[in-house]
Design a protein around this ligand. Structure first.
Ligand code: TXA
Ligand code: MG
Length: 334
């Protein structure tokens, strides 16, 4: 099956899964839902298929991709599981929003790993992702299904807005519930190291393994998760980020924007909401709710508004770390 330049959005059923399988086996791209964000998939076994992902996204060629497999797939065909703690983590968190970086057996295309000797494996929990991975039967390399630097998509329409005309098929599995990308965890070391924070938190990992560290990821470090060094998650409008106790300053900034003829939007959460007046998108109260609605708020906001005004997220949950990692990058000066 080849690509005629037209992008189709199809609900997930036997017919669309058959089309997805044919496209993947013909080395074409298929976007699919997961419980975190939508992924842009290609067979991880073909150089030319994986190259198409980098081209469609405009992604830097030194940023490796995660390999997605169905839970019935034997990952030891692809990687070495060097530490027993990794098996324990799999029992507890797989399938789910956790990517584990293992030593590679070299079975996937070197373009997936950008020549690294490790590979990140994720087994999604989402029903649609499972059906897709079962139907295709091959490991699927997939980054988030957005144009590089843009906010990650959480609906099929968001994927369409970014990649229409560049990919043949988007499988529509509704809005992603998790809302931020998977936790990326290096399990090649004696102590597991979080390379990217997400819904599976350091505390949750410590409960199973007894220990867990964060990668420092200082700008000067040779990045362990190469993706963390790039501009990321940015909506296509102006942004401003205020502290959680800076609602008055944020309100003044909002009012100035209005005076300047701009349309601003507050991304509010929790009790902050009561202290703000104007256009608001409410993210939720708990960290999980906020994560779930964060990209949705940014992507819906950029369509209608000129400036998105967000706040530091402090709920007391460990998930705040992952949310703030995304939000501070989304609001960084471009
Ligand atoms: O939730 C998710 O993880 C989504 C869905 C589609 O699964 N995928 C996703 O992929 O966010 P992407 O490409 O946007 O981010 C992958 C991250 C990057 O920060 C990359 O550097 C890191 O994982 N990564 C991938 N393979 C790695 C490896 N072998 N060693 C270190 N970091 C790796
Ligand atoms: Mg991404």
């Amino acid at each position: 099956m080849s690509f005629d330049g037209k992008t189709r959005i199809l609900k997930i059923d036997d017919k669309s899964l058959k089309a997805a399988r044919e496209l993947i086996l013909s080395e074409e791209l298929v976007a699919f839902p997961t419980e975190t964000v939508y992924g842009l998939g290609a067979t991880a076994l073909s150089d030319s298929a994986v190259e198409k992902i980098f081209k469609a996204k405009g992604r830097p060629s030194d940023n490796p991709l995660i390999v997605h497999v169905h839970e019935d797939y034997d990952i030891e065909k692809l990687v070495y599981i060097d530490h027993d703690y990794a098996r324990k983590l799999r029992e507890k968190f797989v399938p789910g929003p956790l990517t584990m970086v293992y030593r590679s057996r070299g079975a996937v295309s070197p373009i997936v790993t950008c020549g690294l000797d490790t590979v990140g494996i994720r087994v999604p929990y989402h029903e649609g992702a499972r059906k897709f991975l079962r139907a295709v039967g091959v490991p699927i390399a997939a980054p988030s299904a957005n144009v590089s630097k843009h906010t990650s998509p959480v609906t099929a329409k968001h994927v369409y807005d970014d990649l229409s005309g560049k990919i043949p098929l988007i499988l529509d599995g509704g809005k992603c519930s998790g809302g931020i990308e998977s936790t990326v965890l290096d399990v090649t070391t004696d102590t597991p190291i979080i390379l990217r924070s997400g819904l599976v938190t350091a505390e949750m990992i410590k409960e199973v393994v007894g220990k867990c560290e964060y990668s420092l990821n200082k700008p000067t470090d040779k990045a362990r998760a190469p993706g963390m060094k790039y501009t990321h998650y940015c909506p296509r409008c102006e942004t401003a980020l205020f502290g959680a106790n800076e609602t008055e300053r944020a309100q003044s900034f909002y009012d100035i924007c209005v005076k300047d003829g701009k349309k601003p939007l507050f991304l509010s959460y929790g009790d902050l909401d009561n202290k703000l007046s104007g256009n608001k998108f409410y993210l939720g109260k708990t960290a999980e709710e906020i994560a779930s609605n964060l990209y949705y708020g940014l992507l819906e906001g950029e369509k209608t508004y000129d400036v998105i005004i967000a706040f530091e997220v402090v709920t007391g949950s460990d998930v705040d770390v992952g949310i703030m990692n995304r939000l501070s990058k989304a609001c960084a000066k471009k």
